[in-house]
Design a protein around this ligand. Structure first.
Ligand SMILES: [Zn+2]
Length: 246
């Protein structure tokens, strides 16, 4: 199960109650919803308009950040299947998406995802959680530092904190703005899915920041723009080729 996408693959022990259904850094402190993924999946694809699945399809086919992560998931033994591992749903508040570790599923909030670029950012952010879930024994619920680590990586590597996004949020700032933004958004994401204070969330982020911020797998760099993401994809493919030739 929890082996993330791929169900039955390598990963944390089955039965771990992992549900992280509402985050993506939108900071909405809604409790996680417990639904039946299969029903949600069906309603998402057959009774809503098709824009969510169509945008998802385009993101999976064309976005360079997503291509890196899909290759990395496959390489780590957790191949991603569009029909099985994504679910378009209506969500409360202003959350854009979440990673439901217990169902190995990425929830896409079709009522809040505004456009193609937004869809790509949400899918990238959640795939980083799925990648972490695939490669490590992440204790999403019992150790908030594990969650903090993955949120730091998702905020840093997904483009959530790219300069352009920050300008749109009217936070244009200093040279260190990327790190400040990452700390900020990671803490907001934690508060959105855990019943803890902003201070506690901030402390968890601070505790693990150095090592998690410096862990840039599978990109190997911070992909500030799509161009960097394309380089990262090329490097990842070459890395793969190199290893297979040994
Ligand atoms: Zn997140």
């Amino acid at each position: 199960m929890a082996g993330a996408p791929g169900g039955g693959g390598p990963g944390p022990a089955a039965g771990e109650p992992l549900l992280q259904r509402r985050d993506s850094g939108q900071g909405s402190p809604q409790p996680p919803a417990h639904g039946k993924p299969q029903e949600a999946f069906l309603s998402g694809f057959f009774t809503q308009d098709q824009s969510c699945p169509l945008m998802l399809q385009k993101t999976l086919e064309t976005n360079p950040y997503v291509k890196v992560l899909l290759d990395a998931m496959k390489h780590s033994g957790c191949p991603v299947n569009k029909g099985r591992h994504f679910s378009c749903e209506d969500c409360d508040g202003n959350v854009s998406g979440g990673f439901d570790a217990s169902a190995s599923q990425i929830v896409l909030c079709q009522n809040n995802i505004r456009n193609q670029a937004h869809m790509s950012r949400v899918v990238t952010h959640e795939l980083i959680h799925a990648f972490d879930h695939c490669r490590a024994h992440v204790h999403w619920f019992s150790d908030v530092r594990h969650l903090a680590c993955s949120e730091i990586r998702a905020a840093s590597l997904s483009g959530d904190c790219s300069l352009l996004n920050e300008i749109f949020r009217l936070r244009f700032g200093l040279r260190r703005h990327h790190q400040i933004c990452v700390r900020d958004r990671a803490a907001l994401s934690i508060v959105a899915v855990r019943n803890i204070s902003r201070e506690e969330a901030q402390k968890a982020v601070d505790d693990v920041f150095e090592s998690c911020f410096n862990d840039r797998e599978p990109f190997g760099r911070i992909p500030h723009t799509k161009m960097y993401a394309r380089y990262a994809h090329r490097d990842f493919q070459n890395r793969d080729r190199y290893y297979s030739n040994i």
